[in-house]
Design a protein around this ligand. Sequence first.
Ligand SMILES: Cc1cc2nc3c(=O)[nH]c(=O)nc-3n(C[C@H](O)[C@H](O)[C@H](O)COP(=O)(O)OP(=O)(O)OC[C@H]3O[C@@H](n4cnc5c(N)ncnc54)[C@H](O)[C@@H]3O)c2cc1C
Length: 458
Amino acid sequence: MTSLADNGPIVVVGGGQVGTLLTIYLARQGHRVTLYESRPDLRRTEIGAGRSINLALATRGIVALSQVDLYRRLEPILVPMAGRMVHEPDGDVGLQPYGLDEDDVIHAVSRSDLNAILLDAAEATGNVEIEFDLRCRGVDFERRTLTLSDHADERRREVPFGTLFGCDGASSDVREAMHAVNGGTSVVDELDHGYKELNIPPGRDGSFQIEPNALHIWPRNDFMLIALPNPEGDFTVTLFMRNEGDEDSFAALDSEADVQRFFHQHFPDFVELVPDLTDQYFANPIGRLSTIRNTGWSVGADAVLVGDAAHAIVPFHGQGMNLGMESCRVLDRIIREHPDDLALAFTKYEADRKPDADAIADMALENYLEMRAGVVDPAYLIKRELALELERRFPDKIAARYGMVMFTTMRYAEVKKRALLQAEIFAELTDGVADLSAVDFERAAELVARVSPLPAAI
Ligand SMILES: Cc1cc2nc3c(=O)[nH]c(=O)nc-3n(C[C@H](O)[C@H](O)[C@H](O)COP(=O)(O)OP(=O)(O)OC[C@H]3O[C@@H](n4cnc5c(N)ncnc54)[C@H](O)[C@@H]3O)c2cc1C
């Protein structure tokens, strides 16, 4: 049996949000950690055109960040979003609050600002050495060495490891090496929709051109735009759309005229906010979206996967990073529960986490339909209203799925199970019902009586 302290050098590969947060957790357990990141240090590198890419931070991420005393340091760079601001094709705009409680907010945060704070905090522990511009090119599990080299392959070297944490993202090289020795599998499910990032600049006086404290959505059934605020007054916008197809697809928009026609037809209010729309459209790449379900997250006490390397999901629930941060917290706890048996800790961590990762992967896919079509569908809206009303009447039994995912740390698998049961109840109660006043609340009470009380948060 092996403990983390006795197993030799601790190496983390990948300095994204998950790798750096995990490094902080390990350093706070008193371990010395070396982190290798393939990109240059973003704190010392000019990032192109000053456009920020942002993410939604929710409770699961906040709880993990708070546990290592980092959340307070992030607060100045967060922009709270209290609901979805839905932009309809006819120009109508309306806010759908995320929950009943005014604390039910998610937070927009710049990916690079967040990573910079995490890197600073890792170094500040005094237990961490970070080496940038060094990519892991291979892992030899017999000799327990990593091969690293820089972009130009000039600084190639081998380094020993005792325990290796693979946090190198969705197309993890560490995972590939691990699967070659542990027989693990990866199932990649690529969506036929991709994404492109755009930007709404600040107004002339530097202020936000649209409401800052909301996540804006322009749902158009088969495609959608979303916009998240940045503290500098601009918005990071993402267009999600089919990759292929003769109409309303990335493949179909290949000239300036097509792009102008498409945006004027579907998003006329958005066009007014972005003077250089076509330039942005053609300057920015199309991103691919995949769910990657893996088995074989560890190799004995030698290596383990964390974050997107273990579980990559599509971004429609804004949970990939939150899930990864929560995985850091769970792994930290399980390692501390099994101080003398690291291999057992890693096995337990996968057994604990995989059902939850699979559940949020499914819910994230389902949420795409909800965002691009559901939020303006009368059948969806009445169910949503009923969900909130039942939550008000039966707070210990009913909670909207979105809230359980975003504002609790309830296990994702439990959220999915409860949400399915609730969906059946909402469907029965809203069958043939046009508004809330026509709902049979006596029948609702009978149905809700069959639901088990909401579990205590983990
Ligand atoms: C469009 C979009 C929007 C999203 N929005 C949200 C959101 O709102 N909320 C949310 O919670 N999640 C969101 N996500 C998901 C989120 O971005 C990821 O889940 C999260 O960044 C994963 O963090 P990570 O550290 O595991 O991986 P990454 O952030 O991918 O970090 C991996 C790091 O490893 C480095 N690396 C890769 N290979 C090697 C190697 N061989 N050697 C050394 N280093 C290596 C990379 O350079 C990178 O720095 C979104 C994703 C997309 C695509």
